[in-house]
Write a protein that binds this ligand. Sequence first.
Ligand code: AMP
Length: 498
Amino acid sequence: MKDRNYGRLTRLTGSNNGKLHEECGVFGIYHTGSRRDAASLVYYGLFSLQHRGQESAGIAALHDGVIECRRGMGLVGDVFDHRAISALRGHAAIGHVRYSTAGSSSIENAQPFVSRFKLGSIAVAHNGTLTNADVVRELLEDAGAGFTSSSDSEVIINLIAKNYKKGLEKALTDTIKFIKGSYALAVLTGDAIVGARDPNGIRPLCLGKLDKGWILASESCAIDAVGGNFIRDIEPGEVVIIKQDDVLSFTFSEKTRRAVCAFEYVYFARPDSTIDSVDVYGARIRAGEILGRESAVTADLVIGVPDSGIPAAIGYGRATGTPFGLGIVKSKYVGRTFIAPDQSTRERAVSVKHNVIASEVRNKRVVLIDDSIVRGTTSRRLVSILKAAGAREVHIRVCSPPVRFPCYFGIDTPHRRDLISNMNSVSELCASLKADSLAFISLEGLLESLDRTGGGTPAAKTDRLQDRTFSSGYCLGCFSGEYPIPVAGETLSQTEDR
Ligand code: AMP
């Protein structure tokens, strides 16, 4: 098996100098029949994962034992046209969309990475962040491995390559046992695609079925997009190897404990996805209802900050009897403003992104629901434009608890000093946003909105409400500062010690 490199197709051994693997989406297709258009299905799958990453996109396809890859900067539709997709023939393919912090936006960081070594070639698409990449890299370098980038994905690919002589299964197990952090992986080998999820399942990954074939996807909405059927979530600590009609599954770690990122439900995932048996839309509606129960205010209208604030505004309206309206329009064509490199650019971008429907809010007491407040840029601007449009009062309700701590596992939450809730009390923040009132959902309320059991017995409910850590099944690190995996300088959740 060898890599081919022609035209605009590039053979990639990876050369990354920036910070990598923030919020991303992965997708894979394996046709068991005669179809050779896996790349075109991956293209559609990546389209429906575009919300997970808009900086770069890439697809690696396997044809007659050869892995070909194309990556580029921009949206899926910018990187791939009909010709590019047709050039990527093959019965198996994986793809990646990437969303990074400012400063690391370059083609070298686009995925999938492809590596060629003595026994074959592999391609890797990774969503997540490794916390021990530097250490593993040093060990590999001491053992003679060559690195061409600073990417943690290159660590993964090099480890698999190093262990490949033991066979794919053992190579994967050995690799995965070595790496720490969050990862949802789609791997393409000479004859298989492989999905793997870290022992805490921090990033989502699920398995779907085609008539004659299999799908791996970060979110279930991408399985729907290619006409597949959702089969199940890949479990924390599980590896799934898909080869012809065989789907081999094994658990590589005895110590697994689900701690799926709560922010996936709050903000990141698409509302038509279901992650680990919790439907994202339903969770957002429930968060709004709970906010209504916890911090109702007399008002004439409730509006949501598009997109993720809207279901919560519907829920809040249902719970409190406040009429729900649109009130704010979001331009569909502005990317996520969050990643703009400096505050003034971010503020300008936010102005283009949102506008008010003045006739809807004029002379009204408005409840404004957002999914989160991170730096405060969005809420400050929205209060100002709502008031300028004639809103009499603006009450902010937020369906996540205050974000006070950074995320080390793949969500782009900034440094602690930039997290406005870390630097201010709720009343200070309210004053700084010039809102008439401000309230966040409680941590217990958030957990209730994410409850997989639909409430459970009263005893279970009490347990859950007392359980403020990740043993609830969720990583709540950005709210509580307690992380499911040790992070230098941070508190490890005490449950880890038990
Ligand atoms: P901020 O404007 O800095 O307070 O950020 C909060 C807004 O950005 C909310 O409207 C969220 O929908 C959105 N947001 C929250 N977290 C993220 C993230 N990690 N990446 C991009 N946008 C985010």
